[in-house]
Every structure is written in C-alpha cells, then in structure tokens.
Write a protein of this length. Sequence first.
Length: 371
Amino acid sequence: MTGLISCTLECNLKCKYCFEKNGDKDKCPDTNEINDKFRGAIPYFDKFIDNIYSYNDESKSVIIWHGGEPTLIKPDLMEQVMEMQHGKGHDISWRIQTNGTMLTDERIALFKKYNVFVGISIDGLKHHHDKYRITKSGNPTFDLIKKNMDKLKQNNVQFSVLVTITDNNVNELNDIYRFLSAENISFSYNALYPTDNKEKYAELNAEEYSLAICELFDLWINDQLSKIVIAPFEHIIEGLLCQERGIPACNWQKNCSESFIAIDPLGDLYPCEHWVGDIQMRLGNIQDDFGTMAKVNNIFDDRAIILAKKECENCEIFELCYGGCPWNSYILNGRINTKDNSICYGRKRLIKHIYQYLKDNYKGKLKEIIF
C-alpha cells in the first residue's frame, strides 16, 4: 500500500488545464492558513504513515507528498513528519510531486537529508510549457523550473519529470525526448483527455496522440546512447512480459484501491489524491480503524467485472488495462463503473505497437495476444 499525503489542494500556479480548478484562481493562496492546517494535521499524518507501515508488514513503504502544490508547506513542518518516522526506525521511501517553482536551497537540503525522490511537472520545451503552466499573474515558469532542476542535479537529489501531453506539444514529443535525454532526465507522461474545462484547453485528438506516442516509443527503444527511462513504456513492456502480474501502474490496475490511499489535513481518507474532497468517496478518518478500512476498501471491486461483461467485452487488452482509471471515467461519464473511453484507442495502438516490437526482438516466451 502506497500512502499519499494531500498537503493542500491550493497551488501557486494557474495552469489552464488544472484538474483542481486552480487554473481559475487569480488570487495567491494564503500560505499561513495552509501551513496552520498542515501543522494541526501532523499527528494525523504520523498515524497514517504508522498504519501504512504496519499494513505493509513493516517493510519498506512509499509515502508521496502531493497537492495541489506540496511545496506551499514550510520545510520544517514536513521535516517534523519525516523525522518522527525516522526516529521510529521506519523504512520509508519519500517522494514528492511538485511544479518545481519553489525549490529553495532549504527545501533541497531537506530532500537530500531524507533522500526524497522529486517528481517535477514540466511540459516539454519552453514554448510548450509556458503556454499553459503560468503563475497567478500570468508569468512563464519554464526558466525558473529549469534552474531548480539544475540545482537538484548539483546537490545529487534524484528527480524525474512528468510531462502532460497536450494539443500544444503532441507533435513535438521527439524534440522533447531529445531535450530531456541530453539533460539525462528520465520522465513519465500523462495524456490530457478528461477535463470538464468549458474552454477545452489543451485536449488531445486520439489519432494524433496515438501516432505520436508510438513514434516516441520507437525513438526511445532504438536510442543506444541515452540511458533515460520513460516509465510508461517500461511498465507496458513489463506487463506484456509478465501478463499474469499486469502493468505496474495505478491507472492500469484491476483495483487501484488495493494499492493506494490518500489522507487530507482533516485526517479524512480517500482512494487516491484525485478523490480528495469528494465526500461521496470518503473512506473514513484516520481516527477510525485504518487496517479494517484498507482491507475492506472494495470501492472499485465490481468495476472490472461489470466492464468485462459490458463495455470491455472481448477487448483484447482488457486484462492489461481493466478499463482505465476510475476517476477519469467519473470525470468523463459521471459514473465509476464505465470505461475511460478517452484512452481506449490510444492504449490499444500503443500496446499493439510495443507487443509487435517484442515479438520481433524478444527471444523469450511471450503470451499470445490476438489483435
């Protein structure tokens, strides 16, 4: 079980496609109020991590600082939580997902001290990134984030990049790859489909995306010089080689609620960070019995069964995909037990493309998929 700490849903940026509605907010968040709430929640977070660690049989556990923007929280407050766990001898792998604009020397020193792996959102080259990822006052952020990534390198803090693929960068993914490869920065990506933004900022065309992502795979897999990782491609390869285990990524799982749980500053628990604040998806509170809640957290149990009999019947990749992310389905369709139709075409194209590559190049046993 991976634990996600939703530090705040507020953010210092106003990215136009933001899922948390921060793209509509021109006012800077009240950091004093945010940090007061976080300070009061430290006992909740400590108990949450204790329970995650216990639930995982006291083996190494992953805790992710998330938001909104988690670097709105003062470093000394985050350190209190991490030091409490360190003092108990708990083996915690700390991670943070950030927009990368507020990586001060103090914060970088904190990441280095506790070996925090940093995920930074950056949407490709400067002209891609600065179109949508801007400050509250409308200023670009690429140069600042690039400077902060250089500081992470200088301090030997491990990090990778998360690229949101939009209408603005989808046809230049190969250029983005060459830039990140030259910088020796591994990355993951999200395709921007589900959104209820009325202006439809940045949404993708499925055919255009599918062609571009397959071309990116070819460039990456045939690049003998670069050592960078593109996580979704590696996950798909792993899933195709070990189909009984599946693809090791949350939005490809049969029931992601078995692997993730999130907490907010009120101590309320949710299936993941996307659901935080949605009272209908609240699992309970950390003051309740966490172990029981985690074991009976079957909120998505019936989804795969329903999809296999209806929308995803006879789908050749269903046992790898399981209909996609339930949150995406909810955003698109207003219901959980539907497939994430936005990703269907692209996933099938990419799976088929990578599968054919493996058939042509992999000498081991590969389970047959009939497309």
